[in-house]
Design a protein around this ligand. Structure first.
Ligand SMILES: [Mn+2]
Length: 348
C-alpha cells in the first residue's frame, strides 16, 4: 500500500511541504485544474505538475480526476470529439509515467452534501448529508452549489442540462458508459494506465438523475462491461458505506481478490438515518465503518496500490476547502498507517 494525500495544486492552502511532513505519506493525488472539461491536457502541464511534486520528494501516484464531459454521459453525437480528447489526455499521462487515473460517471452533480460545515458534538465541523434537506433544495435557484461540482455550463446552462437528462434512464447511462469504456480502455492499456472509476456519492439517485455506480451488483456489472486489467475501481469506503447494505470489507476482498481495485479511498462515515450521514473522523469508534476490518481486507488481498484518507473534518480552527483541510486528514493517514503496521507485523 502506498499512502497518498490529495493536493489541489498551487492554490491549495495545504502545501506540498505540509504533506511531506506527515509521517508515512509518500505520494500525491492531484490533477490539472485549469483545462476546461472536455479538452485534452497538454503534455507540458502534466510534466510541470509531476516535477513540482517530485522536487519535494513525493510521487505523483494518481490523477484524480480526469472529468468526463456531460455529452459523453448523455450519449450525444458530440461525444466522440470529447472521447478523442480524453484519449489524448490518457496518452499524455501515460507518457509522463502516470499509472492510475480516477474518474466518475455521475450526471451533472459530483459529490453532494446538505451542509459543508455542520458542527459536530466536539465542536469540529464536517460535511453532512440529510436526504430531506437535499430533496427540498433547488439547484436551479442556486440553493445548492458545492465546490466539487463543475459549473462550467454557466448561467441557464444547468436548466438545459437537467432537461437533457430527463429522458436518460439508468439503462441509457449504462450504455453510454459502456460506449465510453470500449473507446478508452484500449488506449489506457497501451498507455499503461489503470482506470479507476469512483462510486457515486451518495450511492443513490439525487434530483431525479440516474446513478449507477452504487453497490456490489453494479460494480460487478461495471467491470464486466470491458474485461481488462486496466478497467477497475476506486473503492471509496465513505461513498459506498453510507448504504448499510454495502459491506466495505467484503467488497475489498471480492474486488481486490480479482485485482480490480486500483485506488483506495478510506474514510469513515456515521449513518444518522435512512439516507442521512455525517462524515466522521477516520477512527472506527467514531463512525459506522470498521476501519480495522477494511484495512485488514486490503492487507489480506495484498493491496499494493495507492490509498488515501478521504475527506477530513475541520479541526483546530483550520479554515479551507471543505473536507480537505490538513489536520484531520493527517490524523487519518497516521491512524491508517498505524493499523497497517500492526497488520504487517502480525502476519505470521
Ligand atoms: Mn472518495
Amino acid at each position: 500500500m502506498k499512502m497518498t494525500m490529495r493536493w489541489y495544486g498551487d492554490d491549495d492552502k495545504v502545501t506540498l511541504d505540509n504533506i511531506r511532513q506527515i509521517p508515512g505519506v509518500t505520494g500525491i493525488v492531484s490533477a490539472i485544474y485549469d483545462v476546461p472539461v472536455g479538452e485534452a491536457w497538454p503534455q507540458e502541464k502534466i510534466i510541470e505538475l509531476k516535477e513540482k511534486i517530485e522536487a519535494k520528494g513525493l510521487a505523483l501516484d494518481v490523477i484524480e480526476s480526469v472529468p468526463v464531459h456531460e455529452d459523453i454521459k448523455l450519449g450525444l453525437q458530440t461525444r466522440d470529439k470529447y472521447i478523442e480528447n480524453y484519449k489524448k489526455t490518457l496518452i499524455n499521462l501515460g507518457k509522463a509515467g502516470i499509472e492510475v487515473v480516477c474518474y466518475n460517471f455521475m450526471p451533472v452533480f459530483d459529490w453532494t452534501r446538505s451542509s459543508l460545515d455542520y458542527e459536530l458534538i466536539d465542536g469540529s465541523n464536517a460535511l453532512i448529508y440529510e436526504e430531506e434537506t437535499v430533496q427540498k433544495m433547488n439547484p436551479l435557484k442556486g440553493e445548492l452549489e458545492l465546490p466539487g461540482w463543475d459549473t462550467s455550463y454557466g448561467d441557464g446552462g444547468l436548466e438545459e442540462l437537467l432537461k437533457q437528462y430527463q429522458s436518460i434512464t439508468e439503462e441509457d447511462l449504462w450504455k453510454n458508459l459502456e460506449y465510453f469504456l470500449k473507446e478508452i480502455i484500449p488506449v489506457a492499456e497501451d498507455s499503461g494506465i489503470k482506470m479507476a472509476i469512483h462510486p457515486d456519492d451518495p450511492p443513490w439517485s439525487i434530483f431525479g438523475l440516474p446513478r449507477i455506480i452504487t453497490n456490489k451488483e453494479n460494480l460487478e456489472r461495471f467491470i464486466s462491461l470491458v474485461d481488462s486489467p486496466n478497467n477497475g475501481l476506486t473503492l471509496c469506503s465513505g461513498s459506498l458505506g453510507v448504504s448499510p447494505t454495502n459491506d466495505i470489507a467484503e467488497l475489498v476482498r471480492y474486488f481486490g481478490g480479482k485485482g480490480k481495485i486500483h485506488f483506495a479511498h478510506v474514510r469513515n462515515i456515521k449513518r444518522t438515518g435512512e439516507k442521512s450521514f455525517e462524515e466522521a473522523s477516520h477512527r472506527s469508534e467514531d463512525g459506522s465503518l470498521d476501519m480495522y476490518e477494511i484495512m485488514k481486507a486490503y492487507h489480506e488481498t495484498g493491496f499494493k496500490g495507492p490509498l488515501r484518507p478521504d475527506h477530513g473534518r475541520m479541526i483546530w480552527d483550520e479554515t479551507g476547502r471543505p473536507g480537505y483541510g490538513l489536520y484531520d486528514r493527517a490524523l487519518g493517514a497516521t491512524y491508517l498507517n498505524g493499523i497497517w503496521e500492526v497488520l504487517k507485523k502480525d502476519k505470521k
